[in-house]
Design a binder for this molecule. Structure first.
Ligand code: 5GP
Length: 113
């Protein structure tokens, strides 16, 4: 199977601004930021979309959330940020390798579009 875009970034085949990396995850800057801070928190395991995850992925999913909070803290985002998961093309997903968007630095309206 061909690699996902994010696997190519993880494998350093495509450049990216890498903010953080550990054994389970990588955090990069989004190439097309929708807010002053727009990061992607990506598991190294390829799960195409959130609804494909299983109980086996519980610790990975929890890890991504913890990393999000830690990175927000380290970047001094004043505990003000939004996490988004687009699940499926109709919900705006364009890269089919699960990722959390972390958005901050501007007013975040509710409900999102
Ligand atoms: P999705 O639309 O799947 O929820 O989010 C995919 C995100 O990946 C988009 O926000 C898009 O801007 C970002 N993206 C697409 N290609 C690249 C790339 O080559 N590098 C980086 N850093 N982000 C990318």
């Amino acid at each position: 199977m061909s690699k996902t875009l994010f696997e190519k970034i993880i494998d350093r085949e495509i450049p990216a601004d890498i903010i953080f990396e550990d054994e389970l995850s990588i955090v990069i800057k989004d190439i097309s930021p929708q807010a002053p801070t727009h990061l992607l928190i990506i598991p190294k395991k390829v799960i195409p979309k959130l609804s494909d995850s299983t109980a086996e992925d519980q610790s990975i999913l929890g890890h991504l959330m913890l990393v999000a909070g830690q990175i927000a803290d380290q970047l001094g985002l004043d505990e003000t940020f939004r996490l988004v998961v687009n699940n499926g093309a109709k919900a705006g997903q364009s890269v089919f390798h699960l990722h959390l968007h972390l958005l901050s630095g501007r007013p975040l309206n509710w409900p999102p579009g």
